[in-house]
Design a protein around this ligand. Structure first.
Ligand code: B3K
Ligand code: ZN
Length: 877
């Protein structure tokens, strides 16, 4: 960092705003060269502020050019206000006044994709968290809520569609022949929920009748060539609206709900009031171009953004430290929704697997932060897995502790009590506590303590007394700025099995049941079960009832039993993972010591049983058969040696593939039925199992297996089958894989989202000339540095290639650092996210660690955005 270092802001410094904005009237005169934004802000001093004479300080980005500013129509001369790079300060104001600002912006040059910018041929906005200040001067904070009226003026030929929040109240033609559209949103909202879209777009329309009988118009807009890919989104939207009524009693409030797809977008989507804007990757779906995972993502994101209408928009955040108030709760809601729409166990395994891989890594790294952070330099850096996924786990634990009925009472109370307000995580927990009568004061530590708690459990059976005693201890390791931690309230759902895998009844504190929820609240405690017929095997942390690392010294036989017989589906998967981790850990050590790799794989025994178990859901079979990922094993390692992890995984996978060759071949053909594609849970499960079987089968040197890959690739009528075949060909180094990659590109070069999959697959290849390939991709006609999806495809792909990214020369790290430096100025949010793999440097094996550190230091010596500075400087600290 060359100049002055950006400073942090702190939660403890929060103060209510000195001014409020009751009404916001905006006029946008859109133009490809300069856009003029005029605002009329109806302001008054906030009676709740104790600073009765505080100056008015408006936020505004350095990219906003002030033309004129007036108070109650009096043009302020420049000596009556102070204009800095990012603020206007006006010392003398009345108690109530109308502030008028005329500003110029250049959306066509906005590569940050925050504020108003252009994507393809359209204008669109992204205002969360602090993008509105790049549009005009404003009190850009979530606790300033205002009623917006937005006038959009644009050339009718290029921008027939002009949208903003709320309802369209008028549309006319002005004296220059331009269209003038006026939108009014009756619901007060913070500026981060403002949206504007202008473009030549196609639309599909539908309706939803709410539980109280109101008809809501539903519209999804895309560019013409994508309009055939939004039927599934519309269907997901209607299901979400119904589900939120049924499950939470929440009805949609405006008469119209719109979604627009844009290609250039930093995140997945945005919940602007009445006008959601989506990254096209999270909205478009068609069988030929979208995989099953893609369909499920679209369903989940459509639901997530819709659910924000209550958890986020009607009840919003007081300040950005409370981000998880809306994000954690909304992720929990979208997870519940997907679970109800598909298979609950499968959904839980997928979510937990992601949490344990990525969020646990974040919680153990230099950017570890509590779900309610105490400080930040750049809020964009805090749209993290901790805020979202761990935030959701916190809500889930409240759900577990309160039970379904009390939780619903709590959420009703929360929504009713705080409707129209900007509130805190404490307010959420308070509502849950008030509705249930359950004291959650200790539980609240989950919001302020960073790090993943470790829970150790040991069991002792007394054959005479027929009692079983569990001794449980918890500790949370220190994280930066938090050297000591206090015990948390941790709900541990558990059951007991006998040696045959049958469920046992047991008494705990007078309650006789097959399942109990232990409430851990001390550093160490003992739970004593009575009337336990025989020595049990505990099935612990069922459904992953708390985001902790739990350990128990299971024998291999016990893990095999849990894997094949536990009546908790989640724990069957969990036992398989534990067994695989043990075998892989042993192999990793052998690689590190230069020994010949040998393993008496018991996992094989378990896999054989699972493959023959007709009662198991096919998705569960695939999940159990999936070896722990490179990323998960890295998270578990005390010192990451990516090459050793890769070698161990490759060895075990091959061993299993060869040993069970016939079983995989049979499994493949049994599931290779020809059906008309539907994204239903059953079909998805079948395609997934087929892909897993094909992948293992290709570990053997079977020519038939190789042939099956090519046949599937050529015959596929859906992207799931086509892409899984292509990935297997690339990963096993099939002799035809280059031809297949070329064919794939020729077939799909006109479909940007499919091309992104192709870019990612090539960039992630384990190839000797990997970096040259990545360089080639960045020069390819299909690449565009302005498009975050493409940048993520190539550089995310690179990050997943062990041989290229972790090349022992450090060339992979250097290349990534070059791209971060390049993007730092163009798109700081994107650049900052790309730093993640380098931030793990302290955990890497020493020879790689120093190479990563060197690149981080090189980045830090540049003139950096706040975004990149915060991540890199914290990583090096
Ligand atoms: N709330 C948005 C995230 C916007 C992030 C801006 N840096 C999407 C979501 O979580 O629903
Ligand atoms: Zn969200």
């Amino acid at each position: 960092m060359k100049d002055g270092q950006p400073s942090a802001i702190y939660l403890k410094d929060y103060q209510v705003p000195a001014f409020l904005i009751d009404k916001t009237e905006l006029v946008f005169d859109l133009d490809e060269s300069v856009t003029v934004v005029t605002s009329h802000l109806h302001m008054r001093r906030n009676p709740e502020s104790k600073h009765k004479t505080a100056p008015l300080i408006l936020d505004g980005g350095e990219d906003v050019k002030l033309i004129a500013i007036a108070m109650d129509h009096y043009q302020l001369p420049s000596e009556e206000y102070c204009l800095t790079d990012n603020q206007i300060i006006i010392t003398a104001t009345a108690d109530e006044f109308i502030l008028t600002c005329e500003t110029l912006i250049e959306p066509q040059n906005n590569t940050r994709l925050e504020g108003l910018y252009r994507s393809s041929s359209m204008f669109c906005t992204q205002c969360e968290a602090e993008g509105f200040r790049h549009i005009t001067y404003y009190l850009d904070r979530p606790d300033v809520m205002s009623v917006f009226t937005t006038t959009i003026i644009a050339n009718a030929d290029d921008y027939p569609v002009l949208l903003s929040n709320g309802n369209e109240v008028s549309r006319s033609v002005n004296e220059e022949g331009k269209t003038v559209a006026v939108w009014h949103d009756p619901f007060p909202k913070p500026a981060y929920l403002f949206a504007l879209v202008a473009g030549d777009l196609n639309v599909i329309e539908d309706q939803f009748v709410t539980q109280s009988g109101r008809t809501v118009e539903l519209k999804i807009f895309t560019e013409a060539h994508n309009i055939d890919k939004v039927d599934y989104s519309m269907d997901a939207l209607k299901r979400s609206m119904k589900w939120d009524e049924d499950k939470y009693g929440r009805e949609y409030d405006l008469d119209i709900f719109m979604i627009v797809a844009v290609d250039d977008f930093n995140m997945g989507a945005m919940e602007n009031k009445g006008l959601n804007v989506f990254n096209s990757s999270c909205l478009l779906a068609s069988p030929k171009t979208t995989t099953d995972d893609g369909y499920q993502r679209v369903e989940a994101v459509v639901a997530h953004e819709y659910f924000h209408n209550w958890s986020g928009n009607r009840v919003t955040c007081r300040d950005w430290f409370q981000l998880s108030l809306k994000e954690g709760f909304t992720v929990f809601r979208d997870q519940q929704f997907s679970s109800d729409m598909n298979s609950p166990v499968v959904k839980r395994v997928e979510d937990v697997s992601f949490l344990k891989t990525a969020q646990f890594a974040e919680d153990a790294g230099p950017m570890a932060h509590p779900v309610r952070p105490a400080s930040f330099i750049e809020i964009s850096n805090f749209y993290t897995l901790t805020i979202y996924e761990k935030g959701s786990e916190i809500v889930r634990m409240i759900h577990t502790i309160l039970g379904e009925e009390m939780f619903r009472k709590g959420s009703d109370l929360y929504f009713d009590r705080h409707d129209g307000q900007a509130v805190t995580c404490d307010n959420f927990v308070q509502a849950m506590q008030d509705a249930s009568g359950i004291n959650l004061s200790q539980f609240k530590r989950w919001y302020s303590q960073a790090g993943t708690p470790r829970v150790e459990v040991s069991g002792e059976y007394d054959d005479v007394e027929k009692t079983y005693q569990l001794t449980v201890s918890q500790m949370t390791p220190p994280t930066s700025n938090q050297p000591t931690k206090l015990p948390l309230l941790i709900p541990v759902r558990m059951g007991l099995l006998d040696n045959e895998g049958n469920v046992l009844n047991a008494d705990l504190d007078g309650v006789n049941a097959q399942e109990h929820v232990l409430h851990l609240d001390k550093a160490e405690q003992v739970f004593k079960f009575k009337n336990v017929a025989s020595a049990p095997i505990p099935s612990l942390l069922r459904g992953f009832s708390a985001p902790v690392k739990l350990s128990h010294n299971y024998t291999v036989e016990q893990l095999l039993l849990l894997m094949s017989s536990d009546n908790d589906g989640f724990n069957r998967w969990s036992a398989a993972q534990e067994l695989a981790v043990r075998e892989l850990t042993a192999l990793i050590e052998q690689v590190k010591l230069g020994e010949t790799l040998t393993v008496e794989s018991q996992l094989l025994v378990g896999f054989k049983r699972v493959l023959s178990d007709e009662t198991l859901d096919k998705s569960m079979v695939s999940l159990i058969l999936t070896l722990p990922s490179q990323a998960y094993l890295s998270e578990l390692a005390t010192e990451i040696d990516p090459h050793a992890i890769k070698a161990a995984r490759t060895h075990l996978k091959r061993l299993i593939g060869c040993a069970l060759e016939q079983k995989f071949a049979d499994c493949y053909s049994q599931n290779n039925a020809k059906v008309d594609y539907l994204p239903t849970a059953d079909q998805i499960a079948q395609r997934k199992l087929k892909a897993v079987a094909l992948s293992y089968w290709n570990e053997s040197d079977s020519v038939t297996a190789r042939r099956a890959v090519i046949d599937q690739f050529n015959a596929a009528d859906n992207m799931t089958d086509q892409f899984s075949a292509l990935s297997i060909a690339v990963n096993v180094g099939h002799s035809d894989f280059q031809v297949m990659l070329d064919d794939f590109y020729s077939q799909w070069s006109h479909e940007a989202l499919v091309v992104n999959k192709w870019l990612m697959l090539i960039a992630g290849q384990e190839a000797d000339n990997g970096l040259d390939q990545v360089r080639g991709l960045m020069e390819h006609e299909a690449f565009d540095l302005k498009n975050p999806n493409k940048v993520r495809a190539v550089l995310g792909g690179l990050g997943s290639s062990v041989s290229t990214f972790h090349d022992t020369s450090g060339s992979g790290y250097e290349f990534l650092a070059d791209q971060i430096i390049l993007l730092n100025k163009r798109n700081p949010q994107l650049a900052s996210r790309l730093c993640t793999p380098l931030t793990r440097w302290k955990k890497m094996t020493p020879s790689l660690s120093v190479l990563m550190q060197k690149q981080l230091e090189r980045i830090l010596s540049e003139e950096l955005s706040k975004d990149v500075f915060e991540v890199v400087s914290k990583s090096l600290a």
